[in-house]
Design a protein around this ligand. Structure first.
Ligand code: SF4
Ligand code: FES
Length: 356
């Protein structure tokens, strides 16, 4: 049997606990509680197994990974195992002493998330009073520490017009890189889609702002566009079971952060099997790997090894079957569902916040 290539990245969701409650959170609707979380030994074993399997980089994520008191120990272990480490954080729990400890442990990069540039906008989305000032202070501390930093802004209908101010803030804070990521509509984002989805005109304006900033130079800009306005899907996760492995706080091993919505399949757990066996042999990881599972129109499409049929979770959420072509694709027989969602996005936002 030919084994699949090893994953490049591990997304370690250390905890679902978080002081913020963003209505587009990528965590599942069923959040895992503290009592269910892997302990330090459990996470150490995940990192060791990941390195042995061939993983090159680990993204410490959450929830808010800084809520875990063993974060520094895990970062130090990642360094010992030669894993490139990235911390994905809201910054609201960061202070000078914690940053110094992370730096000493060998942390390679920090991705600091912002909900907006205005205090009111940030508090409306994140739901935490005073968060913006704490984030700005966190950015200053990170900048002073010398750890490379990317600022991440998730954009949606309410803040998309402020992209130029987001770039200005990134420059002011000395970030080398900024990511402008349109909301992805799974889980909490899907629940709030009608309130968050930007109009086509807003998207065009956003794209112009990104292009103008890139033309200036000096700031590296990543731009994640919203699927719903595209006519071909993105290669979600670089293909199912091909590049990424995701471990949830309780040790479930998934091909993407949203995969727990896939029906009729067992979700493997690192407490019951090795990461290598799960990656190579589990029914979940093999379900949509490669191209053999594809229906038409993907099966005979020339893009099938570029976008891998798009996103399985989006196909399930919008068509009821994860094995369908992602309906973002204009060749999908369900593409009208995406067009309808764009038309129906409401101008009266009622946000449903992420909560336990
Ligand atoms: Fe991609 Fe399938 Fe659409 Fe072809 S038909 S572009 S493989 S989603
Ligand atoms: Fe699960 Fe795209 S989010 S495959």
């Amino acid at each position: 049997m030919t084994l699949p290539s090893p994953p490049m990245s591990l997304l370690a969701e250390l905890t679902h606990r978080c002081p913020l409650s963003c209505p587009y959170c990528s965590n599942p609707l069923e959040l895992e509680r503290k009592a269910a979380e892997l302990d330090t030994a459990g996470w150490r074993s995940v990192l060791e197994q990941a390195a042995e399997l061939g993983v090159l980089q680990v993204h410490f994520s959450g929830g808010e990974p800084m809520a875990r008191p063993d974060l520094v120990e895990l970062v130090a272990l990642a360094r010992d195992l030669n894993l490139y480490s990235n911390l994905i954080t809201s910054g609201v729990l960061l202070d000078e002493a914690k940053l110094e400890a992370l730096d000493k442990a060998g942390l390679d990069h920090i991705q600091l998330s912002f909900q907006d540039v205005t205090e009111a906008g940030a508090e409306r989305i994140g739901g935490l009073k005073g968060a913006q000032a704490r984030k700005i202070e966190a950015a200053r501390l990170i900048r002073a520490s010398g750890i490379p930093m990317t600022l991440n802004f998730v954009v949606h209908r309410e803040n998309v017009a402020r992209i130029p101010e987001m770039f200005a803030l990134a420059r002011e804070l000395g970030a080398g890189r900024v990511e402008i990521a349109h909301t992805q509509y799974y889980g909490w984002g899907l629940k709030n889609r009608d309130a968050l989805l930007p109009s086509r005109e807003q998207l065009q304006e956003a794209t112009r702002a990104v292009e103008a900033e890139r033309a200036k130079g000096g700031l590296s800009v990543d731009y994640v566009t919203p699927d719903y306005h595209a006519d071909r899907p993105k290669p979600c996760m670089g293909g199912w079971g091909q590049r990424f492995v995701n471990v949830t706080p309780s040790g479930r091993v998934l091909p993407c952060h949203a995969a727990e919505i896939i029906p009729d399949v067992a979700f493997p757990n690192v407490q019951d099997g090795t990461l290598s066996d799960i990656w190579n042999c589990s029914p979940l990881f093999n379900m949509f790997r490669g191209t053999d599972w594809m229906p038409e129109p993907c099966r005979s499409c020339e893009r099938k090894e570029q976008d891998w049929g798009g996103c399985r979770c989006q196909a399930l959420a919008l068509t009821g079957n994860a094995a369908n072509t992602d309906p973002v694709c204009s060749l999908s027989p369900f593409h009208d569902r995406v067009e309808k969602a764009v038309e129906e996005a409401s101008e009266k936002p009622e946000l449903l916040y992420r909560r336990f």
